[in-house]
Design a protein around this ligand. Structure first.
Ligand SMILES: Nc1nc2c(c(=O)[nH]1)N[C@H]1C(S)=C(S)[C@@H](COP(=O)(O)O)O[C@H]1N2
Ligand SMILES: [Mo]
Length: 167
């Protein structure tokens, strides 16, 4: 009886460790779903391997910080979201819902994130002022420059969903 219990515990430990190792080596950082060509899961390693861009953002106390990360349009292109030249007609009624680990959510129209419409570059940041994001604000934060409040610069981003606005 004792031996059986021992092996049961041992296999539970090994299975848990296997699942944890897999997760640790290849964690999904961000999912892009909804009205996209290919629903996509992106790992932190993939995000760090993409072209990095800086963006400035004032915190809620008015102090300016330099964030570094990946242009959101590059992430949307990975999932086949309609961007650039494809952003016309009914696609102009599409919006992006950004979901965070704490339940906070913000929306953008696709056009306001697109470099055919605006020079402002929204990034998904993983660094601030040359260091990692503080705990509770990472691992990824949207940085939306050029707004009077940083309220749409949501932290702990986990998912982006594209939808059609309907009445
Ligand atoms: N996930 C998440 N992101 C969030 C919030 C939040 O509650 N949850 N608050 C927003 C608001 S209202 C503000 S003012 C800014 C504050 O950012 P700061 O800490 O850099 O000043 O974060 C924004 N991002
Ligand atoms: Mo805020």
């Amino acid at each position: 009886m004792k031996t059986r219990l021992f092996f049961l515990l041992l296999s539970t430990c090994l299975l848990t460790k296997a699942a944890w190792t897999q997760n640790k080596d290849n964690p999904v950082a961000l999912a892009i779903n909804g009205e996209v060509k290919a629903p996509t899961k992106i790992t932190a390693a993939e995000i760090l391997g993409m072209k990095q861009t800086p963006a400035m953002l004032k915190d809620r106390d008015g102090k300016e910080h330099t964030y570094t990360g990946v242009p959101i349009q590059d992430l949307l292109n990975k999932a086949g979201v309609t961007t650039g030249k494809q952003l016309h007609g009914e696609n102009l009624a599409k919006y992006l819902l950004v979901k965070c680990a704490d339940g906070y959510e913000v929306v953008f129209s696709l056009a306001e994130l697109d470099n055919e419409f605006t020079d402002r570059q929204v990034i998904l940041a993983h660094q601030v002022d040359g260091g990692p994001l503080p705990s509770g604000k990472g691992p990824f934060r949207l940085v939306v420059p050029g707004e009077k409040r940083p309220a749409r610069s949501c932290f702990q981003v986990v998912e982006m969903v594209v939808r059609f606005a309907k009445d």
